[in-house]
Design a protein around this ligand. Structure first.
Ligand code: 7TS
Length: 414
């Protein structure tokens, strides 16, 4: 990767913030403090321009025209595939499959790989901190294939109960599906170790990198995973585009679940044959502009460099954890030593939705609810939390504004 600290001029935060048009807008007459980056990130100008340029001047479908524009669109689309390969350290470019997002990527594996590889009595292991999109597709696969879903529990500090790995993994484990970073707790999981334990038992490993991809460099070889999924929109890219990485040998064995254009070698009524990877798993016209926008997002992030991004976000998370943690009655949920920049909390008996509403009035975008991780809420005995999730463009002043909003809320609901 090219994110070494050496040879890089210091990053100018004001200039970086200037790259994001949304940071210039007001909400309820207040400057926007966007603290919902775990839900989706704001988009920098190069991403917006890449998408707009495609629609303004370069519209064409891919993989099918000899004409100039079609070839150009194809080149740009395929150039993003290569950028993704490089970003996550995959060996081969055809190991990168474009989908509509993390959810679609996981469902593709559950349906295609699941139906080809799972049978009655087989076990799928997930963790208690998974997003619903890394639980429900496996429950559906279990129902279809007669498998059993097993769960790796969470400890009080929001880390995984690692000694339980020996008990939960078994010779019947066919797949470990685990998130690299929790959207509700922030916890970063020791995925490489978990993957090694799963591989020892002959199980495949799927990594949900939705909450990790924007915050730290990824390396699918070092993780030792068979699959990795992420969404473009959490990496400063467009919505409606995502990635499924699959190890080539594993992808080769996966039957397509969607048939149609672009995924075939030849079609006859007697029977059809399928194209090679990656096209075999990308039926139909994809989100061309979205993929091109994702390419611009990857360039943008790598230009900033993960050294700076990690340092900046670590500082923001530390400041926010200290400031919110110091409020009387505040309870921070998720105290793992290694966290993505996510701060989940409750304050006394105040309902998180009330916190969210008061914060909204101040122009602060705060997420409240179960964060599509209801098992986590149940584990910690809360119906919901308020969640501030940070990106490198956030500021200490925005954290101060959050703290002021919490105090205001405490006054209102005293
Ligand atoms: N996995 C994790 C860990 C996530 O945080 C999310 C989305 C998904 C999967 C699904 O991603 P999608 O792009 O396919 O929807 N998480 C959140 C969130 O925390 N708030 O809104 C979406």
């Amino acid at each position: 990767m090219t994110h070494a600290a050496v040879d890089r001029p210091p990053v100018d935060l004001t200039a970086v913030r200037g790259d994001f048009p949304m940071l210039g807008r007001l909400v309820h007459g207040r400057p926007l403090a966007y603290l919902d980056n775990a839900a989706t990130t704001l988009k920098p100008r190069p991403v917006i321009e890449a998408v707009a340029d495609h629609y303004r001047a370069e519209v064409a479908n891919i993989h099918r025209g000899v004409h100039y524009l079609s070839q150009r669109a194809t080149d740009r689309y395929e150039a993003t595939r290569e950028r993704v390969r490089d970003l996550i350290g995959a060996r081969d470019t055809p190991e990168i499959i474009f989908t509509s997002g993390t959810t679609a990527s996981i469902n593709l594996v559950a349906q295609s790989w699941g139906d080809a590889n799972l049978g009655p009595g087989d076990e799928i292991v997930v963790t208690e901190m998974e997003h619903h999109s890394n639980i429900v597709p496996w429950q559906m696969a279990c129902r279809r294939r007669g498998c059993v879903l097993r769960v790796l529990p969470i400890l009080d500090d929001g880390t995984l109960n690692l000694p339980a790995v020996e008990r939960v993994l078994s010779p019947r484990t066919r797949l470990l599906a685990v998130t690299l970073a929790s959207n509700a707790l922030g916890t970063i999981n020791p995925v490489a170790d978990l993957a090694a334990a799963a591989r020892e038992r002959g199980a495949a490993v799927l990594v949900d990198a939705a909450q990790a991809v924007a915050h730290a460099p990824l390396d699918v070889q070092a993780l030792g995973c068979d699959f990795l999924a992420f969404s473009g929109h959490k990496l400063y890219g467009p919505t409606g585009v995502g990635v499924l990485y699959g190890r080539r040998e594993v992808l080769e064995g996966m039957p397509p679940v969607a048939g149609g254009g672009d995924m075939i070698r030849s079609v006859a009524f007697e029977g059809s044959t399928y194209a090679e990877l990656p096209n075999r798993l990308e039926a139909g016209t994809p989100n061309i502009a979205g993929v091109i926008g994702l390419g611009a997002a990857i360039d943008y992030v790598r230009e900033l460099g993960f050294v700076w991004i990690e340092e900046r976000e670590r500082r923001l998370l530390r400041a926010a954890t200290e400031a919110v943690g110091a409020i009387d009655g505040a309870r921070v949920i998720g105290a793992a030593p290694d966290k993505a920049p996510v701060l989940s909390f409750t304050v006394g008996d105040i309902h998180p939705h009330d916190l969210g509403t008061i914060a909204d009035g101040e122009g602060i975008a705060l997420r409240t609810g179960h964060h599509c991780a209801q098992p986590v809420m149940r584990r910690f005995g809360v119906p919901a939390t308020a969640r501030a999730s940070f990106a490198f463009y956030n500021t200490e002043a925005e954290i101060d504004a959050l703290v002021r909003a919490i105090y205001r809320c405490m006054e209102v609901f005293a």
